[in-house]
Design a binder for this molecule. Structure first.
Ligand code: URA
Length: 434
């Protein structure tokens, strides 16, 4: 194989053969192709794109470079949900138990947060004792018993992606539709579920800042999933504002528990209802979205979804007294209110920046091995479309790093725009791609 000629072909926009893609990706993963050639290849893909055929081959080759989960030890149709990332996104914590309470099976492998986005595993680990590294047998037993279990993604999954993603991070090639689609779908296809519901986020707190690109990414991922034999749909959701009110690990777990108790914020309730309903219909548990929405509502109203969540937490070693009494979660030593300095309406928010501020307060990781502070984060009190009066609280910052408050406050003020006239908030759901 001649790595140079493959890079050159891609640079000129010529379609690569299956063999060329396979040899290049395997060569890089197993050490015969160096970082500098892969960097050039990634940049060539960034500018020249990929045909649907190349994209499918790339994704399957990436999937096959690592461990492929076999979930046949779990009864029934397994459904997965995956978000392309956001701020305040605690959806899995709620939809997993809701879907399970309605009869679905969710055997979920999740990731940790990096950069401005949070990760489900970090959130679950803020429940004292919760173990995200249980063995396969326990994982299967829990899903068979309660319908849901969430564990950390196997370190051996899609090894090519692990190396390629790290390189993309430092070569300005993360925001490429074919590279994001193949990265996410290689891991989803390897995770073993039968059906996949993708949450493709759009807006200032998402990788895809505009709807047109988000739709294109969603269509590519749906096509890859279906071509690989896994029924897949994508839901475009608004990430122009943080999801719900809470950003940061303990704060988000508390909001997830409130939502399971029927007291969630309106936008998050809508997201939970939509995602749970599509997960239930795609896995043939419900016949129609209307039927699914009714059952989702009942699962929350009756307390069944909350019971499922508690049972999952208990079986994974977590202390369920925190679910009964979320007041037990550790609070940050410094809780500071950012107040409005004028009257008006919130007209836009830089949601990525709000995620970064949460990280600055201690909730995020700068490096893979950084330790996060579970109690740090932000409660967002005013969102786009809301009326604000001078002196009203815009947000509450939670941190153990008091010295960060002035910088965080200034950044928060810069992240939200207060104007003279009201703008209509963007709906939570922007479209469904089947
Ligand atoms: N998440 C991934 O797993 N990969 C990407 O490329 C972007 C988001």
């Amino acid at each position: 194989m001649n790595a140079y000629s493959i890079i050159d072909k891609k640079k000129k926009g010529i379609e690569l053969s299956e063999n060329e893609i396979m040899e290049f990706i395997e060569g890089y993963t197993f050490g015969t192709i160096p970082d500098y050639q892969m960097s050039a290849f990634l940049m060539a893909v960034y500018f020249s794109g990929m045909t649907d055929r190349e994209l499918k081959v790339l994704t399957c080759v990436m999937r096959d470079t690592g461990y492929i989960a076999d979930l046949s030890g779990i009864n029934g149709i397994k459904v997965d949900k995956h978000s392309t990332g956001g701020v305040g996104d605690k959806t899995t914590l709620v939809v997993g138990p809701v879907v399970a309470a309605c009869g679905g099976k969710v055997a979920k492998m999740s990731g940790r947060g990096l950069g401005f986005t949070g990760g489900t595993i970090d959130k679950l680990e803020s429940i004292p004792g919760f173990n995200t590294e249980i063995d396969e047998k326990t994982f299967f037993d829990i899903v068979n018993r309660v319908g849901v279990s969430v564990i950390g993604q196997s370190k051996d999954i899609a090894l090519a992606d692990k190396k390629m993603y790290a390189l993309r991070d430092v070569t300005a090639t993360v925001d490429s539709i074919p590279l994001i689609a193949s990265s996410i779908m290689s891991k989803k296809l390897a995770s073993g579920s039968d059906r996949i519901v993708l949450d493709v986020t759009v807006g200032s707190g998402a990788f895809m800042k505009d709807e047109e690109h988000a739709r294109e990414l969603a269509s590519k991922m749906v096509a890859i999933g279906n071509m690989a034999g896994k029924k897949t749909i994508a839901i475009l959701s608004n990430m122009g504002v943080p999801l719900g009110r809470a950003v940061g690990n303990n704060l988000e777990v508390i909001e997830a528990i409130d939502t399971l108790k029927g007291n969630g914020p309106e936008d998050f309730n809508k997201i939970v209802k939509t995602f749970s309903s599509y997960m239930l219909t795609i896995s043939d548990v419900c016949k129609s979205i209307g039927d699914a929405e009714y059952r989702v509502g009942e699962a929350i109203k009756s307390g069944k979804a909350l019971e499922v969540f508690k049972e999952m937490v208990r079986l994974q070693g977590g202390d369920i007294s925190y679910i009964d009494d979320p007041g037990k979660f550790t609070k940050a030593s410094c809780i500071y209110e950012v107040k409005a300095d004028k009257d008006g309406f919130v007209t836009s928010m830089d949601t990525e920046m709000i995620g970064r501020i949460s990280g600055m307060l201690g909730a995020g990781r700068e490096k893979l091995d950084s330790v996060i502070d579970g109690s740090a984060g932000i409660i967002v009190c005013k969102k786009t479309g809301d009326r604000v009066e001078n002196g009203e609280t815009l947000a509450v910052l939670h941190t153990n790093k008091k010295e960060e408050i002035p910088r965080a406050e200034e950044a928060y003020r810069n992240a939200i725009v207060i104007g003279g006239s009201r703008v209509e908030p963007v709906p939570e759901i922007l479209g469904i791609i089947e």
